[in-house]
Ligand binder design. Structure first.
Ligand code: IMP
Ligand code: MG
Length: 180
């Protein structure tokens, strides 16, 4: 683990080089799977933007890109899981081979909602690719077809992931100090 001198940030979990190498590897796997097809990458704003663009550049199948944004709320009892679309896709996904690109799958509530919503729009296929997976905190079971890294139960930032909208532009993934 390398140290990093950014206020609030504890240590680096994955370096820029490690991330780049892993994304390259995953892109090869995805390209093989979609050979002969056009893949439509759907990014969930804003966290997945850095990962989506990095991944897209290494894919060697034709790629289309669209984005949506969501808002998550806690319900009255304080539990998570209420999700709605704040900005919808620009185009229809009917008949398309859709790869939903997430920054992190944590409890799974967001992904479950997105999969239900997108599945109802008649894509030809629908798969999930997440940059990070924190499986230890999963509450609802969701299918994850491709993942870059499994991570421990610590809050992380960088490469798109934020803390109060900050740190998204870090090239690495870092663990926040425990008090954050
Ligand atoms: P889920 O619905 O609990 O799976 O929530 C996933 C969403 O929570 C992600 O798309 C992120 O926006 C956010 N999130 C969860 N864990 C982290 C983290 O460690 N750092 C930054 N954002 C996180
Ligand atoms: Mg997200």
């Amino acid at each position: 683990m390398s140290t990093i001198s950014i206020p609030g940030v504890d240590r680096v979990l994955f370096t820029e080089d490690q991330i780049d190498a892993r994304i390259r590897e995953l892109a090869m796997e995805i390209s093989r799977h979609y050979e002969g097809k056009t893949v439509k990458l759907i990014g969930v704003l804003k966290g997945s933007v850095f990962f989506l663009t990095a991944l897209a550049r290494y894919l060697d199948v034709p790629v289309k890109i669209d984005f949506l944004a969501i808002s998550s709320f806690s319900n009255r009892s304080g539990s998570p899981g209420v999700v709605r679309i704040a900005k919808d896709l620009d185009e229809s996904i009917e008949g398309e081979d859709v790869l939903l690109v997430e920054d992190i799958v944590d409890t799974g509530f967001t992904l479950r909602y997105l999969l239900q919503t997108l599945a109802g729009r008649a894509p030809n296929s629908l798969a999930v690719c997440t940059f990070l997976d924190r499986n230890s905190r999963r509450i609802v079971q969701v299918p994850v077809d491709y993942r870059c890294f499994e991570i421990p139960d610590r809050f992380v930032v960088g490469f798109g992931l934020d803390y109060n909208q900050l740190y998204r532009n870090l090239g690495c993934v870092a663990v926040m100090k425990p008090e954050k």
